[in-house]
Design a protein around this ligand. Sequence first.
Ligand SMILES: Nc1nc2c(ncn2[C@@H]2O[C@H](COP(=O)(O)OP(=O)(O)OP(=O)(O)O)[C@@H](O)[C@H]2O)c(=O)[nH]1
Ligand SMILES: [Mg+2]
Length: 198
Amino acid sequence: MSTQIPSVKLVLLGKSSIVTRYATNTFTDGRDATIGAAFLAKVCSTEHREIKFEIWDTAGQERFHSLAPMYYRNASAAMVVFDVTNHVGVSFCRAQTWVQELRRQANPNLTIAFVGNKIDIEEKYREVSTEHGDSYAKEFDLLYFETSARDGTNIDHVFAEIANHVSLEDAQMSSYSSSSTTKLSKQQQNNQSTQCAC
Ligand SMILES: Nc1nc2c(ncn2[C@@H]2O[C@H](COP(=O)(O)OP(=O)(O)OP(=O)(O)O)[C@@H](O)[C@H]2O)c(=O)[nH]1
Ligand SMILES: [Mg+2]
């Protein structure tokens, strides 16, 4: 039977590995850099809501930066990911730059999740503490999470919390089959994920 549920546009700024873990429960070391952006849709059911995420996974390389507005425009949610083992380098600083850009230019109702990834890595390599990440997030009214795409820690939780917080004001209704599972099968991934090098 087909049901109508809200579709929510979510833009991912950083770490394709998070969306791959979420959609397929897999992780690949040394995966290829994203070219342009990749798209994936997945139904997310929480105790409060059922929504369909339309996820745009953007490329992190600087040469693709100017394409980002195309993906965050009209988005209702954004996930800004940094590497907790990389403070002085680009990762944490770049994530903060993304937050400022989203606050200036994206939908004013945008729900932003600020995500410190790679918490599976040994503590001695950590450069951004939980307190630091969390206090930055509080200052800019962001949801804060720490994840590992490698071992799956908190990945489902981040998407569920975004689903619970996101404004549905701009959501379109779309139909989906109640027999479909939230985890996409390999065949469904092939059908539903598209890579575009635009
Ligand atoms: N240890 C660890 N490594 C991770 C984790 N997530 C990603 N990585 C590593 O980081 C590499 C790059 O990850 P991607 O998810 O492709 O990063 P990306 O930000 O999408 O890269 P671009 O597509 O170039 O923007 C992966 O090949 C992994 O080796 C994690 O949670 N833990
Ligand atoms: Mg990527």
